[in-house]
Design a protein around this ligand. Sequence first.
Ligand code: M6R
Length: 364
Amino acid sequence: EKEGYPHYMIKEIHEQPRAINRTISPRIKDSLPYFGDDNIPDSFFEDCSDITIIACGTAMYAGMVGKTFIQNKLGIPVNVAIASEFRYERPVISDKSMVIVVSQSGETIDTLEALRLAKKYTQKTLSVVNVKGSSIARESNYVLYTHAGPEIAVASTKAYTVQVASMYLLGCKLGLVTNRLSVEDAKVFIENLTKVPEMIKTVLTQEEKVAELTKRMTNATNAFFIGRGLDYTLSMEGSLKLKEISYIHAEAYAAGELKHGTIALISDGVPVIAIATQDHVYSKVISNIREVKARGAYVTLISKDEIITDKTICDVHIHIPPVADEFTIFESVVILQMIAYYTSTGRGVNPDQPRNLAKSVTVE
Ligand code: M6R
């Protein structure tokens, strides 16, 4: 079943181009988002005052990408809620609020209960779910199935990228229906989305290089992931992935936040994985990176630059092909997934079955 791969996780990392294709192709018509086959009417997107995205773990980090995109592009307020928190706090939502619930399994109990609570306030609920017929899919008013195929490894990889692609399709549709996005801009955006599978294939060719440079990580006890904007949401995903399968303590920080405390933890040789792919904050992240580098951090930088030779910036540079800022996430995440995978195997851990974790969290 692993088709020659040593673990499901690396097999699933490699399946991402196909998974994204399967998820987006039926939802694109004339270079515009189309949800006809999902029976999601345009009226669902009308008259939406605000959005709450509810999920756990990696699914929540995909939700954060959705938030960044929708708020920045459309100016609609979006709140991302941790399901286990949302369900015990006072929901500040109305019948005009859209609630998007994200879950690979569709059975995560906190996410399901949060959805049940949200439905007491609004019927504008939609789930982005991978497993057909699961509880969350059945109980939400609308469902957008991701077509990642079965995800066996505990660490979520392909489910995340298809969730992000789905958030982009939904955001784009929302922008069109509410006249916040022009047809022209939407078409350019969707055309970029269709190029993602090929982009990921290109990044996958760097596997050996990533495996090699990751060797240094296996002895680490702490690691930091930093970035701004979309790269910050991605830092959280990269850090979670590393923690859960390599057992190395990792933290994600908004790069500008480091100097408010965390930089005290940076000492000689501490690995920092820095992501700097967002043009509007590029120079800001670079100066944050210089600060950690000057304090001895061992910096791996992921950026669109062809080459970086300046040793005051980084020790290792990983180039990702230049694409529009919203799309670098698909490239960078594959690098982060591979870093986590090779660190895990390098430490003798079975990445498919990390200790203390279950694939589907159906108890509180
Ligand atoms: O099935 P779900 O998407 O609802 O699961 C949510 C989280 O439990 C899940 O993403 C978890 O964080 C992963 N193991 C992370 O790799």
